[in-house]
Design a binder for this molecule. Structure first.
Ligand SMILES: Cc1cc2nc3c(=O)[nH]c(=O)nc-3n(C[C@H](O)[C@H](O)[C@H](O)COP(=O)(O)OP(=O)(O)OC[C@H]3O[C@@H](n4cnc5c(N)ncnc54)[C@H](O)[C@@H]3O)c2cc1C
Length: 449
């Protein structure tokens, strides 16, 4: 018996939960989303931290994403009005002198894309570039033939097996692992590496990278919530779920930290992995279906975000700092945070080194490494925040893939969504949206067209 006015209760208002809610509402379901935080959006949110506007870290919208732009368009949000498309990215080496510009938008910036690939010889020599070819060809081949075998290798192991030269590993593959999902090539699954880039190969012409024109809650999540409310969804912030309610082996709702329970015919756990484990472990820890998820390891993420007296960089675009702790960084004062004269967001790598480090030491370490990249961060820094989360990501180290759970569970009334659940775009915004759609299919018991 379900006495609730809602068909489905979704726990978590990140992109996975919102995508699931949108699909179910489009199918006529009455949906209630509960969110622990005082704001919606999860890792794609912005908020004020003791007077400074922050986010989990800078996010880039990749031009070949499909599920996320599709969701936004159906919610009448135009991706182009929310984003500034970047035509190039930069790699800076820690000798203070060498920096190279690479084109990433073959249609919008064909000359830069072609010259970037064939020049920049101080960053990577022609022989080093050539050494990447067999690595890429073999990686894409194994991805299509046997992805689980690819997950046995780290990027560094796979690169060495296929003759990639050291400089190419450090200057090209290093930035593409540390700057994207935080870990160095030695710790980063070759499956995640090729799996994330493979969809871009047939859609090479669509390649470009979008930076957000404002905080992500403001420009993406709030309009998504408005579209959901228009479709009859209820969204309750500051409402953490504490546990699951079960009757006769069926999930019938959730208990709330503040007391009381909410009931619905279906519950979708759309939290980050660590919170999902906390909710699922007590009732299902002993069950076979839960074991792989229980074993799926997590990893931390750490960013430092700085307000500056003037811009650090001449353009708002992705910059990589191989050989330093700054995996990637982006000036944001012309796009995401234009209310301050200078604003930079930096993803720190490897995150385990920084997760417990006091903020002032993180700042010192980052300033020292920025110096090596030829950037006088210390002189310009006016304020900063270190944003750290110990376990919101599933670990992209080799061997994780086999533990990622499906969205459909064997428990009646229960489905899972979240970037850690199985879908082809790993821990990205696109992956989260795909997982939400699959969770909606699990709830409905059929595929969506
Ligand atoms: C620094 C950083 C940089 C990134 N860069 C990019 C990028 O450039 N491009 C890209 O595509 N992706 C990027 N990502 C990844 C992307 O943000 C995530 O993959 C995606 O947002 C995950 O969405 P989700 O809905 O699965 O989880 P989340 O966004 O984590 O949402 C989970 C929600 O559940 C809520 N919750 C948890 N427990 C409870 C509870 N008990 N009760 C109620 N609510 C609860 C949380 O508060 C949260 O709002 C980046 C992430 C980080 C941290």
């Amino acid at each position: 018996m379900n006495d609730s006015q809602f068909d489905t209760l979704i726990v978590g208002s990140g992109l996975a939960g919102l995508s699931c809610a949108f699909e179910l509402a489009e199918q006529g379901q009455r949906v209630h989303i509960i969110e622990a935080a005082p704001f919606a959006g999860g890792r794609t949110s912005n908020w004020s931290d003791a007077g400074m506007e922050v986010e989990s870290g800078f996010h880039k919208f990749i031009g070949f994403y499909e599920a996320l732009p599709n969701l936004l368009r159906r919610a009448r949000i135009k991706p182009n009005s929310m984003l500034t498309w970047e035509k190039t990215f930069e790699i800076r080496l820690p000798d203070g002198e060498t920096a190279g510009e690479f084109g990433i938008a073959p249609l919008k910036s064909p000359i830069k894309t072609i010259t970037g690939a064939f020049t920049n010889n101080d960053i990577i020599s022609p022989a080093d570039k050539a050494s990447l070819m067999p690595f890429v060809a073999e990686g894409l081949k194994l991805l299509s033939e046997n992805p689980m075998e690819l997950d046995a290798y780290s990027v560094a192991e796979f690169a060495r097996k296929h003759g990639v030269k050291d400089e190419a590993l450090r200057h090209v593959l290093g930035p593409l692992t540390s700057g994207v999902l935080f870990l160095p090539p030695e710790d980063y699954s070759a499956l995640v590496f090729f799996g994330l880039f493979a969809p871009g190969v047939p859609k090479f012409y669509k390649m470009q990278i979008g930076g957000f024109n404002g905080g992500m809650t403001d420009v993406m999540i709030t309009p998504l919530l408005a579209a959901l409310e228009k479709r009859g969804c209820r969204i309750s912030l500051n409402t953490p779920a504490e546990g699951l309610s079960l009757e006769d082996d069926r999930v019938t709702g959730v208990s709330l930290q503040e007391g009381g329970t909410l009931r619905a015919a279906n519950v979708v756990i759309a939290t980050e992995i660590s919170a999902a484990k906390r909710l699922l472990q007590p009732p299902f820890g002993g069950e076979a279906w839960y074991q792989p998820l229980g074993e799926l390891p997590t990893m931390p993420d750490v960013t430092i975000q700085l307000e500056l007296s003037e811009p650090l960089l001449p353009q708002d675009r992705v910059t990589f700092g191989p050989g330093t702790c700054i995996g990637s960084f982006s000036e944001q004062s012309r796009t995401t945070f234009p209310h301050v004269p200078g604003r930079v967001s930096m993803i720190l790598s490897p995150p385990d080194e920084f997760i417990d480090m006091p903020d002032d030491l993180v700042f010192e370490r980052v300033c020292a490494d920025a110096d090596k990249l030829g950037l006088d961060l210390r002189a310009k820094a006016k304020d900063y925040r270190v944003i750290r989360r110990p376990d919101h990501f599933y670990s992209v180290r080799p061997g994780s893939e086999k533990f990622r759970p499906e969205q459909r569970t064997p428990v009646p009334g229960l489905a899972l969504a979240g970037d850690y659940t199985r879908q082809p775009m790993f821990a990205t915004m696109e992956g989260a949206v795909l997982s939400g759609r699959k969770a909606a299919e699990a709830v409905l018991g059929r595929e969506l067209s």
